[in-house]
Design a protein around this ligand. Structure first.
Ligand SMILES: NC(=O)C1=CN([C@@H]2O[C@H](COP(=O)(O)OP(=O)(O)OC[C@H]3O[C@@H](n4cnc5c(N)ncnc54)[C@H](OP(=O)(O)O)[C@@H]3O)[C@@H](O)[C@H]2O)C=CC1
Ligand SMILES: CC1=C(/C=C/C(C)=C/C=C/C(C)=C/C=O)C(C)(C)CCC1
Length: 315
């Protein structure tokens, strides 16, 4: 009897959450305030990181900016200060666990407890697997995936004490489905998605419901990180690369609405669902038709591969 009652209650909840998600497509819930919150953004010297910093500054958040590129990070800090908020910039190499823990200790001592963590930094090797130095492949995993563990371990304890906070993971559409020649990147972003989801479950199971999580999965963004990557011409018109500002503004809407996940644009949910529903070969023929199978070839050909922390190296 109890089982049947619980089953019915569960079905009512499922229906409620589906309807709520549909309604929220048309009517956005009121955004929460982050005024005065301490927000840490990784990769803040990069394109999306800088825009996240400026958007959070607009909302009145105090900022802690992390990047391995000191000059670019400081530039972001200067731009954000113009919005009248307190900003501290730190040079951190996210591929080194100790660098993350040391910087986190400094932040706690010099600024205070972080309540919003935006894990945004990311890299890609941009070479064919068999031609890529092991260190470059390893770096992708360290920065895009392992660093999430260290930043979260560093800042979650203080969020738990107050049962208040927000952890944002900037993953990728390539954390939900895959394409050729970006094995390092897909593995790291699938890892990021798995990490994020498990953490979200843990927070609920432990009743830390004041700590919110948001997973951001964008399609190609015009930041230069994947320059050359393109799909079939006719389909490109339907799904063009995203504008960086649009991507960050859509992400901000989701974050401020405490939305658990966002695919940008929404059409990206389709290949994500198709990957799970269709046989592998069926997905392959769709990818081939849309030019999704070879979309990275011009990118890896083109790529002047960046090595860790601002240096450059021709491929
Ligand atoms: N651009 C795109 O098409 C998409 C991007 N994304 C994700 O969005 C996020 C931001 O990307 P985007 O703004 O385009 O990329 P950028 O390269 O512009 O920014 C990434 C920033 O992270 C920094 N960074 C790299 N390695 C480290 C490290 N070891 N320690 C500290 N900082 C580091 C980079 O520094 P440096 O320049 O010195 O390497 C750079 O400033 C990434 O996670 C990316 O995977 C998701 C979907 C699509
Ligand atoms: C594979 C594939 C596609 C192309 C996806 C691309 C090109 C994704 C690029 C994502 C990037 C660059 C993410 C960075 O984090 C389509 C045509 C959408 C649908 C069919 C399957």
């Amino acid at each position: 009897m109890l089982l049947i009652v619980e089953l019915l209650l569960m079905l009512i909840d499922v229906t409620y959450y589906i309807l709520r998600a549909v309604v929220r497509v048309f009517f956005h819930p009121r955004p929460k305030s982050v005024d005065g919150e301490l927000c840490l953004i990784t990769g803040a010297g990069g394109v999306l990181g800088r825009l996240f910093a400026l958007e959070f500054a607009k909302e009145g958040a105090r900022l802690v900016l992390w990047d391995c590129d000191t000059v670019a990070n400081e530039r972001t800090a200067q731009m954000a200060r113009k919005q009248g908020v307190e900003v501290r910039a730190y040079t951190v190499d996210l591929s080194k666990r100790q660098s993350v823990y040391d910087a986190a200790e400094k932040v706690r001592a010099e600024v205070g407890d972080v309540s919003i963590l935006v894990n945004n930094a990311g890299v890609v090797a941009g070479r064919r697997l068999l031609e890529c130095p092991d260190e470059l492949l390893e770096r992708t995993l360290l920065v895009n995936c392992h660093a999430l563990f260290w930043t979260t371990k560093a800042f979650l304890p203080q969020m738990k004490v107050r049962n208040h906070g927000h952890i944002v993971t900037v993953a990728s559409a390539l954390g939900l489905f895959t394409t050729a020649c970006v094995e390092d990147y897909c593995a790291s972003k699938f890892g990021a998605v798995g990490f994020h989801e498990s953490l979200a479950h843990e927070l609920r199971v432990e009743n830390n419901d004041g700590i919110k999580t948001t997973l951001v999965c964008p399609y190609i963004v015009d930041t230069g990180m994947f320059s050359g990557c393109e799909i079939r011409k006719e389909i490109r018109k339907l799904i063009p690369p995203l504008e960086p500002l649009y991507t960050v503004q859509r992400s901000m809407k989701a974050i401020l609405a405490d939305q658990e996940m966002i695919c940008i644009p929404r059409i990206i949910y389709v290949p994500f669902i198709a990957r799970a529903l269709l046989p592998w070969e069926a997905n392959v023929v769709v990818y081939r038709f849309m030019g999704g199978d070879k979309c990275m070839l011009p990118f890896i050909k083109n790529a002047e591969t960046k090595t860790s922390c601002g240096e450059s190296q021709a491929s």
